[in-house]
Each structure stands twice: as structure tokens, then as C-alpha cells.
Design a protein around this ligand. Structure first.
Ligand code: GDP
Length: 322
């Protein structure tokens, strides 16, 4: 195939940490380029090294500022850092995403830092499909830590957080209190909680409330004592403690065997998303008319939805497919 040579070359460059090759491959993920199958096969042996850290919380809480401060701290420690800013709520990439704002900053010219924002432009399965594959590219490219920053709140954000090894949840005083945190389900997803904007009134109270709520919440890992830190990210205060907490969590994950469990969980979400996308492609292509026909029969009461779904899964029984 004429594409094979460029794919191989691109993969080799990405594995050597070449930022342009990495960027190109992440665009392929966004565009759902068919050659990804080949790319992922080539990258697989080089994955599993990066520590994936999710940074999440409501808009305006300081995710971008905190990410930037964490990148600086990690660089001082000699680590190579990838930043992936994902927006589960938007089908568009570019402009307004946090990653672009970070990219403008102090890390723009540092070859040890790769920053990229990503959205689910395609149709296959949104960020559940694309995020793990982009993570794979960054992992294989040798980044020691990959920060995944999610924009917006909602269920999809929780799903993206579930793809991380370590999830940092940011909150801030005056931005909707604990009750809202409980509603959004974020009391279950964090490994490290941060009350940012600790220079503002109400930070201590929010921290106490969070501690109280976490002690009552149904926490996924009883073996890990979840810290609730305070930071003033805009002044870099508390960021060293945050990095310590993130690294302690990584050590705990490794020692307890939880890292392997989380990675299996991530792989399972990834495989499922690819499989479901494969089925959708089938229906959206040749089988599309088949779905329409079945749907019409269900709407008319001729067929029940389970029987229709069974027929969809077994595929159309057109003469040429036989
Ligand atoms: P994001 O939307 O969650 O990424 O939030 P940003 O990082 O863009 O921060 C939103 C605003 O809060 C910006 O104007 C920041 O400068 C400001 N900010 C970030 N951290 C702090 C902090 O610790 N204290 C105060 N007072 N402002 C902060």
C-alpha cells in the first residue's frame, strides 16, 4: 500500500519524540484516519510508561493556570510533559480551548513540553474513542507525564476523568458549593482534591466541607487517603504540594496494583469504543438503509425493538452479502 512508508516514518518520528509527528498523529485520531489501525499496532509496544493525570473542575476554577504551573514544576524536575486539553461538550477543535491558552505561554518554545487541544470532530464515538488513542500517541512518544485537562462539567467529563491514572479535581470558593460537587458526581472521581483561589474568602470553609463530604462519599479506593489541598495557582502557591500529592498517588497506584487495574479499565473503555464505532460504521455505510427499514417497522409496531436490534447486529440479509 502506498501509505505504508509514510505511516512507518511518521510512527518512527513520533516514537523519537518529534513534536510535529506527534501532532500529526493526534490529528489522525481526530479525523479518524483509517491508517490509525496500523499506527496503533506499531505504537503498542512503547506504551504503558506515561503517568496520565486528569485535571478537571468547573470552568473558571483555574485548570489552565494550574496545568501551566504543574508543567513548570514537572519541567524543573526534568520530566517531559504532554498536555491534552479535551472538550467533551464541543464537537469543534481549536480557538477557545485551554490548551491553546497554555500554548501561548511560557512553555511554547520548550521542546520538553507538548500541548494540544482536541475535540471530537468525528462521528465514531466522541472523546471516549479519541482520548485514549491520543494518550497512546503521547505515551509512545516518551512523555513521562501526560496532563489531560477537561473543559466543562457533566457526565462526559466524568468519563474522560476515568481514563486517567490519577485524577485531580479543582474547586474554588464562590463557584457553586459542595452540594453541586455532589450532584455532578465529582466526589467519586478525584484522587486529589484542590481548593484553588485560596486567596479568596470561603476557601477554608470549602475545604472543610469537601473533607466532610469526602468522608461520607462512596470512595472507590479505601486504601488511598484522599488529600484536599489549597492552592493559589496564579501565584504558584501550593503547586509543589500538589505535585507531591500526584506523585504519591502514582507510587500508591504502582505499589497497590491499582495502576494495572486502572489501565485495564482504560483499555476496556478504549476497545469497547472502537468496537461500537466499528458497528456504527457498518450501519452508517452499507447497513444504513437496513437500520432505517428496521426502525420503520418498529415505529409501525410490526417489529419489537429487541428483535430489530438482533437483526441489526446480524447484518442485512441482502442477496449480495450472502
Ligand atoms: P479554567 O477555566 O478552569 O482553566 O480557569 P483559568 O485557569 O483560565 O482561570 C480563570 C481565572 O482565574 C483567570 O483569570 C486566572 O488568572 C484566575 N485564577 C487562577 N488561579 C487563581 C487563584 O489561585 N487565585 C485567584 N484570585 N485567581 C486565580
Amino acid at each position: 500500500m502506498a501509505r505504508s512508508a509514510p505511516v512507518g516514518e511518521l510512527v518512527a518520528r513520533a516514537r523519537a519524540g518529534d513534536a510535529r509527528a506527534v501532532a500529526r498523529l493526534i490529528s489522525w485520531v481526530e479525523d479518524e484516519t483509517p491508517a490509525l489501525r496500523e499506527v496503533m499496532a506499531a505504537l503498542a509496544p512503547d506504551t504503558g510508561r506515561a503517568h496520565v493525570v486528569g485535571v478537571t473542575g468547573p470552568p473558571g476554577v483555574g485548570k489552565s493556570t494550574t496545568t501551566s504551573a504543574l508543567v513548570a514544576a514537572l519541567r524543573r524536575a526534568g520530566r517531559r510533559v504532554g498536555v491534552l486539553a479535551v472538550d467533551p461538550s464541543s464537537p469543534f477543535s481549536g480557538g477557545a480551548l485551554l490548551g491553546d491558552r497554555v500554548r501561548m505561554g511560557e512553555h511554547a518554545v520548550d521542546p520538553g513540553v507538548f500541548i494540544r487541544s482536541m475535540a471530537s470532530r468525528g462521528h465514531l464515538g466522541g472523546l471516549a474513542w479519541s482520548t485514549p488513542q491520543a494518550l497512546r500517541v503521547l505515551d509512545a512518544a516518551g512523555f513521562d507525564v501526560v496532563l489531560v485537562e477537561t473543559v466543562g462539567v457533566g457526565q462526559s467529563e466524568v468519563e474522560v476523568a476515568a481514563l486517567a491514572d490519577t485524577t485531580v479535581v479543582l474547586m474554588a470558593p464562590g463557584m457553586g458549593d459542595g452540594i453541586q460537587a455532589a450532584k455532578a458526581g465529582i466526589l467519586e472521581i478525584g484522587d486529589v482534591y484542590v481548593v484553588n483561589k485560596a486567596d479568596r474568602d470561603g476557601a477554608d470553609r470549602l475545604r472543610r466541607e469537601l473533607r466532610g463530604m469526602l468522608s461520607l462519599a462512596d470512595r472507590p479506593d479505601p486504601g488511598w487517603t484522599t488529600p484536599v489541598l489549597a492552592t493559589v495557582a496564579s501565584r504558584g502557591e501550593g503547586v509543589a504540594d500538589l505535585l507531591d500529592a500526584v506523585e504519591s498517588h502514582h507510587a500508591w497506584l504502582t505499589g497497590s496494583g491499582e495502576l494495572a487495574r486502572r489501565r485495564t479499565r482504560r483499555a476496556s473503555a478504549e476497545v469497547e469504543a472502537i468496537a461500537v464505532a466499528g458497528l456504527r460504521t457498518r450501519w452508517g455505510g452499507v447497513g444504513h438503509d437496513h437500520l432505517e427499514l428496521l426502525a420503520a417497522e418498529v415505529a409501525q409496531g410490526v417489529l419489537d425493538p429487541y428483535a430489530a436490534a438482533d437483526r441489526l447486529l446480524t447484518g442485512p440479509t441482502a442477496p449480495e452479502s450472502g
